[in-house]
Design a protein around this ligand. Structure first.
Ligand code: PLP
Length: 360
C-alpha cells in the first residue's frame, strides 16, 4: 500500500513546549484549537499532559473534549461563549472563557450562576488587531461590570498581536503601550503568541499562548524552525508508485502545463489535493525522494503528484517521498504554495494516516 502517512514526533512536540517555556519564563496555555493544528488533539494533549500548565482552544465544545479526556489543567476558551448552555458547561467544568463582546456580557448578566462556583472569565482588550475585544476606552466599564457580578470571577485580561511575526514592524510596540494601563486590572494577564514568545521579550508577562511553535514551525514571516530552536513534529510522507522515461516535449498531467525539456525520468507519488497537499503548489516545489530534493512538475492532481527525477537515476517504485517535515521545512513548502504552515497542517484530510511516535 502507498497511502500517505503523517508521522507525528511527540518527543519533538515536548521539546518545542519546553523551548517555549524557557524562552518566555512564564506559564503557558498550549494552544490546541482546531484538532491541535491538524495534528490530532487527543494524542497531542496526552503527550503534553505532564508538561503543560494549561491548554487553550477556540470553542467550548473543544474544551469539552479535553475535559472528557481527563485533562485536569486549566482550560481557556479563546473564542468565548455564544449560547446560554455553553455558560453552564464552562462553569460546571471549570473552563475559563474569554469575553470580547457586549452581547456576552448581556448573556452573563441574566445567567443564574452555577453551584459549582463562579465562572472564570478573561477580558480581551483590542489593542490594535481589530478582530475581537473591547476597545481600551470601553474596557474599564466592562471590567467593573464583571468585578461586581457574584456569578463571575474576573481571572485575567488578555490581548492578541496582529504583527508579532514581523520583527521590523512597530505595531507590536504600539499594542503593548495600549495594553500597559490594564496590566494591573486583574490577577493575571496574557499577551504572547508564538511569535511574541520568540521575538518580543517585552510581551513576556503573565501567561503565554504558544500555538504554531509547539508543532515545530517558525511563527516568523521568513523564519525557519531550526533557526528558532524548534524541531518539526509532522513529517508527511508517501511513496513513488510509478517511474517512467518520457521524451523531450512530452507534457505532464492535467492542463499539460509542464513539458519535458529533454528525455528524462519522471516519478509519480501517491498524494494529491484530495489528501490536503496544496493543489496550487507550482512546478519547482521541492519534495525529498529517498532523502534528496527533487522538484514537483506539472499540476497536482487529486491523488497524485509528478516529480522530476533527473537527479535521481536510481529512484524506483516504492521509494520514500517526503512532502514536508524532517529534512524539508514546512515553511518552505508554504512559501511555494503562497500560504502559511498553519494552513498546510489544517488542510490535511481524513485520508492521511497518522502515526504517533515517542521514545519509551
Ligand atoms: C491561535 C491563537 C494563538 C496561538 O497563535 P500562534 O501564532 O499559533 O502561536 C494565541 N492566541 C490566540 C487568541 C489565538 O487565537
Amino acid at each position: 500500500m502507498a497511502n500517505p502517512v503523517a508521522r507525528i514526533d511527540l518527543d519533538a512536540l515536548v521539546h518545542n513546549y519546553q523551548h517555549a517555556s524557557e524562552a518566555c519564563g512564564c506559564p503557558l496555555f498550549a494552544v490546541v484549537k482546531a484538532n491541535a493544528y491538524g495534528h490530532g488533539v487527543l494524542h497531542i494533549i496526552d503527550a503534553l499532559r505532564e508538561h503543560a500548565d494549561g491548554f487553550a482552544v477556540s470553542r467550548v465544545e473543544e474544551a469539552l473534549a479535553l475535559r472528557s479526556h481527563g485533562i485536569e489543567q486549566r482550560l481557556l476558551v479563546l473564542g468565548g461563549i455564544m449560547q446560554a448552555p455553553e455558560i453552564n458547561f464552562a462553569a460546571d467544568n471549570s473552563v475559563e472563557v474569554v469575553l470580547h463582546d457586549e452581547k456576552q456580557i448581556g448573556m452573563l448578566e441574566s445567567w443564574k450562576g452555577s453551584d459549582k462556583g463562579p465562572l472564570g472569565v478573561w477580558v480581551k482588550i483590542d489593542t490594535g488587531m481589530h478582530r475581537l475585544g473591547f476597545a481600551p476606552a470601553h474596557a474599564k466599564s466592562v471590567l467593573e461590570k464583571i468585578g461586581s457580578n457574584k456569578n463571575l470571577k474576573l481571572v485575567g485580561v488578555l490581548t492578541h498581536f496582529a504583527n508579532a511575526d514581523d520583527l521590523s514592524r512597530e505595531t507590536t510596540r504600539l499594542q503593548l503601550a495600549e495594553f500597559a494601563p490594564f496590566m494591573e486590572s486583574a490577577e493575571e494577564t496574557s499577551l504572547a503568541n508564538s511569535a511574541a514568545i520568540l521575538g518580543w521579550p517585552e510581551a513576556h508577562k503573565g501567561w503565554a499562548r504558544p500555538g504554531i511553535m509547539l508543532y515545530g514551525a517558525s511563527p516568523f514571516i521568513n523564519g525557519t524552525a531550526a533557526g528558532d530552536g524548534l524541531k518539526p513534529v509532522m513529517t508527511l510522507r508517501t511513496k513513488l508508485i510509478s517511474v517512467h522515461e518520457l521524451k523531450q516535449g512530452d507534457a505532464i498531467g492535467y492542463g499539460s502545463i509542464w513539458s519535458c525539456p529533454e528525455d528524462m525520468r519522471v516519478g509519480v507519488a501517491a498524494i494529491g489535493y484530495g489528501d490536503g497537499y496544496p493543489r496550487h503548489a507550482p512546478s519547482g516545489t521541492p519534495v525529498l525522494v529517498n532523502g534528496k530534493r527533487a522538484p514537483l512538475v506539472g499540476r497536482v492532481s487529486m491523488d497524485l503528484i509528478t516529480i522530476d527525477l533527473r537527479e535521481h537515476p536510481n529512484a524506483a517504485v516504492g521509494d520514500s517521498v517526503v512532502l514536508w517535515g524532517e529534512g524539508l521545512p514546512v515553511e518552505e513548502i508554504a512559501h511555494y504554495a503562497d500560504t502559511i504552515s498553519y494552513e498546510l497542517f489544517f488542510r490535511l484530510t481524513g485520508r492521511i494516516k497518522f502515526r504517533y511516535e515517542q521514545a519509551p
